[in-house]
Design a binder for this molecule. Structure first.
Ligand code: GAP
Length: 456
């Protein structure tokens, strides 16, 4: 991985149609981002690869697409209305809002974990070490208060409190509330999984680092329902499965590590993250949690409906345990881009900038490049055929070298050059992105080559 700063990545993403600042022509809307033509393809491919691995290829795994707006009681049951909050404080001088735990982490450099501290302990630490506001340098803070991260809105036309609803802060509850509907309709037997990919919203106190922490993002979550005595073994299986998925996407294992949580939620018996080495350092990429029977028992209690599963062989009724695997699609997109970005110096001193993306994730799988514009009669039919199967680019503007560079920059794995020999023998040159090696093949063979290269 070549040295990459977040500022450089943001600029590259803008220039290459990957990600733009949200509502930019109005001066932006803090920490919202819009995916451009190249970015939306890469992100869709990430979600497709995840779905393929965790639904299509996972026996007894079923997908759902639940509503973003859920009955408010869901969030009482899940504990989000009571305790989904961050410790925040305001700078009395410049009025900036900060997370106390983030400030302490940055100061303590790993020697102290603020997750294990009470608000009072954090307040004492901040006063004792005179932690200043990163924006204005003042050391005058309001007392720390817990700030709920859920976005509220109102249903209906009256502004009564009973109409208050929330934008979901995680997709997981859509899987839990549908546990029995999925089990019965699909005749599923424990152990089985429910997966979902969808938007989640959090009013983060300190969003930032590009798409690392945003207020609107997508999650890819999988809940495995199992017997309690099997949950530890499934927890370990899912840790390995989550890591394998990342390695298969092309991550270097030196850039990934497991990190156990120092402080477990009271219902969890085990929890860990997989961290990635982002430009700003090691940070969470995904989480794996052994949640016991907490989720189903809470929904049973709050809805008044039985969530018991009946074992079809023994007739035993019980609440299954849940092993959760959760990863942000945008956060994975950021990690994928950081991992793929490279700059290399070619013979002659020229710098080649490229995205070494897994071909399965690349926006365009292949680009068709006629050597000259007047070869379009030969190049267009090849393009027309390929685009029925793959996202295919067609580019006839500029020198062939410049066109190769443009495709390298967005990570297109293969380029097909159509030249005057094509007119005689229907062969083309296929150039591979990473090695830049070229091969002469029959035009009819290109589709099979691309299909083989992009397999996941
Ligand atoms: N259902 C469990 C859950 O939501 P989480 O650790 O809060 O757990 C899971 O979130 C994953 O969602 C994280 O590992 C991260 O990849 C992603 N994520 C969480 N908050 C995010 C945010 N504000 N912006 C982008 N991604 C986020």
């Amino acid at each position: 991985m070549s040295k990459l700063t977040m500022d450089k990545l943001v600029a590259l993403c803008k220039g290459r149609g990957i990600i733009f600042a949200g509502s930019e022509i109005y001066g932006g809307m803090g920490n919202t981002w819009d995916y451009g033509p190249v970015g939306v393809e890469i992100k869709n491919n990430i979600k497709r690869a995840w779905w393929k691995r965790f639904v299509q290829e996972s026996e007894n795994s079923f997908g759902v697409d639940a509503a973003i707006l859920m009955n408010s009681r869901v969030w009482d049951a899940s504990g989000h209305t009571a305790s989904f909050s961050d410790p925040k404080m305001d700078c009395k001088k410049c009025k900036s809002r900060m997370r106390a735990d983030t400030l302490i982490s940055a100061h303590a450099k790993g020697k102290i974990n603020p997750d294990t501290m009470t608000n009072e302990q954090m307040q004492d630490y901040i006063s004792e070490h005179k932690l200043a506001c990163p924006k204005c340098g003042a050391c005058e803070w309001t007392p720390i208060r817990q700030f709920n991260l859920m976005f509220e809105t109102n249903r209906g036309v009256t502004d009564e409190s009973q109409n208050k609803i929330y934008l979901r802060p995680e997709t997981a509850q859509g899987e839990f509330v549908n546990f029995l509907s999925v089990q019965r309709s699909m005749r599923a037997k424990v152990p089985f999984g429910i997966a979902q990919v969808g938007k989640a919203f959090r009013n983060e106190v300190t969003p930032g680092n590009f798409i690392f922490r945003t207020i609107e993002f997508e999650q890819m979550e999988h809940q495995l329902f199992c017997k309690s005595e099997e949950s530890e073994s499934f927890y370990n299986t899912y840790k390995e499965k989550a890591m394998r998925f990342l390695l298969d996407l092309g991550f270097d294992k030196e850039h990934l590590r497991f990190k156990d949580h120092d402080k477990l939620a009271h219902y969890a018996s085990a929890a860990c993250d997989i961290q990635f080495l982002y430009p700003m350092g090691w940070e969470e990429l995904n989480g794996i949690h052994n949640r016991g029977e907490w989720d189903l028992s809470r929904h049973q209690e709050y809805s008044g409906k039985s969530m018991l599963y009946t074992d079809p062989f023994t007739g035993e009724k019980y609440l299954p345990n849940v092993v959760e695997y959760s990863i942000g699609a945008d956060r994975l997109m950021l990690a994928v881009l950081c991992e793929a970005f490279d700059e290399e110096t070619l013979e002659g001193g020229e710098t080649r900038s490229l995205l070494r993306l897994s071909p399965a994730l690349a926006a365009y799988k292949v680009a068709v490049l006629p050597l000259q514009k007047n070869l379009s009669d030969a190049a267009k039919p090849i393009y027309e055929k390929l685009k029925k199967q793959f996202m295919t680019a067609y580019d006839d503007a500029g020198s062939i070298g410049k066109r190769y560079r443009r495709q390298d920059e967005i990570g297109t794995p293969l380029c097909v050059t159509v030249d005057f020999d094509t007119l005689n023998d229907n062969t083309v040159t296929v150039r591979e992105r990473d090695s830049m090696q070229q091969k002469r093949v029959k035009a009819d063979e290109v589709a099979a080559m691309v299909a083989d290269a992009v397999k996941f």
